[in-house]
Structures are given as C-alpha cells and as structure tokens.
Design a protein around this ligand. Structure first.
Ligand SMILES: N[C@@H](CCC(=O)N[C@@H](CS)C(=O)NCC(=O)O)C(=O)O
Length: 252
C-alpha cells in the first residue's frame, strides 16, 4: 500500500546534472500515500476541498470513475513538524508547492489549485462534456466556463475566506476588515444573483462553475451573509444540494 511514488518530472524543474541530460527520466519522491487508485485527492472538508470531491462523485455517477482515494490533510499550523499529513510537510510541498489543500495526483502527476484540478479532471475524464465545455469544439462555452471559474477562484473564494476569518477567527474584532470583506462578499453574491435571473445554473447547464462556487455560497452564514437577501442564489444552492453526487462529495 505505502510505496514511493514516481512521476515524470520535466527538465525545467530537474536539478541534478543527470536529470538535465535525461529530462524524461522518472524522479522518485516519497509521498505519504501511494495508492492503487489512479487519483489520490489530498483534502479536507473545506469549501475548496469539497469542490473536487463533488466533481469526482459526479464523474463516478456518469462514467463509473475515475476511482479515487482521499487523504485527509491537517491544515492546522500547530501540526507543522508534528503530523505527517500536514499541508506544509516537505513531501506534500512536492505535490503542492503552495502547501494547501486541495491537490491531486493522477497516476503520480500532481495538480494543485481547485479550479486547475477541476479543469484537469474534466479534460481527462468528462469525455461527454457533461459538466464542462470543450475548448476546441465549444470555445465560447469554454471561455464562459473560465470566466466564471476565475470569478469564483479569484473573487468569491478569497473574499469570503477573508470574511470568514475576520468574522470568526481573528483574535481582534476589526470592524473595518469585517465590513470590507463582508461587503465585498455581498457584492459578488449580487453579481451571481443577477446572473441567475432566467437561468438555473451559472452557465445555463450545471457544471464546473457551479461546482466551484456552490461550496462557498452554501456556507454564506459563516461569513455573516444571509441567503434570504439573495433568493435566486438560495434556490440555486437548494437545487445543487439535491444532487446525490453532491451529497456524496460533501461526505454525507
Ligand atoms: N487558491 C487555493 C486556495 C486553497 C486554500 O486556501 N486551502 C486552505 C483550506 S480551504 C488551506 O489549505 N489552508 C491551509 C494553510 O493555509 O496552511 C485553491 O483554490 O486551491
């Protein structure tokens, strides 16, 4: 079960002279888990983490795979140096140099950043494009997908993450910071609320943009936002929550 993992490391990242002369050689890293399953998901039950497990469960529901194994990672700073599966552990930094969850390996090939993982999984496994848009066959659909993924990845996630932090975890109550991130989260929600007028999902049919955004919006309460202010967004959360694969991806 536990064994060194290998993946094909490109010459641009290789460091030894031997690696430079043989850029395609397999470089061996010691990782926490080497699984018999093609995908290993390094994760936690946070908004970013569950976005990936939701897509994996949606893919399984339609295609029967890919099979995956989840590795529970500690994101607590107090575990650094004490716990093997901490996100700043050296072995994990080889998979995600940013030292955060989620990350995956696919037959040993590492991918980090939630939206990059969603796009990678769609490219590899969503052959019927049930949840995604083909960049060549449907360039405008793909562009919309990127636009709304970037909107959530660069906007909703970071702003709501800061709103959560200053609302709940900061050692001091800082009204300026609380209001700044709360108001920005509300503003982003109002963009989504407008987008959902006459639409059931962000890009008309359910897909990656919804999967990326939903885990944040469903926990609006943590940031101090009430979804009763955003009725279309509230109905969208209920619609997505009703999907069996979403419930599985959330661990329910
Ligand atoms: N932009 C990153 C954000 C990832 C992120 O912030 N992950 C958090 C949990 S949701 C984490 O691992 N925090 C641990 C830490 O900061 O040390 C992504 O979308 O993957």
């Amino acid at each position: 079960m536990f064994a060194p993992a290998t993946y094909n490391k490109s010459s641009s990242r290789a460091t030894s002279s031997q690696a430079h002369s043989h850029p395609q050689q397999l470089v061996t890293f010691t990782m926490a888990t080497q699984s018999s399953k093609p995908i290993v998901l390094y994760t936690q039950t946070t908004a970013n983490g569950v976005a990936v497990s939701i897509l994996l469960e949606e893919l399984k529901a339609i295609y029967g795979g890919p099979d995956y194994e989840s590795v529970s990672m500690s994101i607590r700073n107090s575990d650094i140096g004490n716990v093997h599966n901490q996100v700043k552990s050296p072995w994990f930094l080889e998979i995600n140099p940013n030292g955060r969850i989620p990350a995956i390996t696919h037959n040993g090939f590492p991918v980090f950043e939630t939206s990059a993982i969603l796009l990678y999984l769609a490219q590899q496994f969503d052959s019927k494009r049930a949840f995604s848009h083909d960049p060549v066959a449907d360039p405008q659909g793909y562009s919309k997908e990127l636009q709304w993924l970037f909107f959530a990845h660069g906007g909703v996630g970071p702003m709501q993450g800061q709103a959560n932090h200053f609302n709940l975890y900061a050692p001091e109550k800082l009204p300026y910071a609380i209001n700044r991130y709360l108001n920005e989260t509300r503003r982003l929600y109002s963009v989504l609320e407008a987008r959902l007028e006459g639409r059931e999902y962000i890009i008309d049919t359910y897909g990656l943009a919804d999967i990326k955004t939903f885990p944040w919006v469903r926990r609006a309460d943590v940031a101090g936002v009430s979804l009763s202010e955003f009725p279309r967004l509230k109905a969208w959360v209920e619609r997505i929550s009703a999907r069996p694969a979403v419930q599985k991806g959330l661990g329910n």
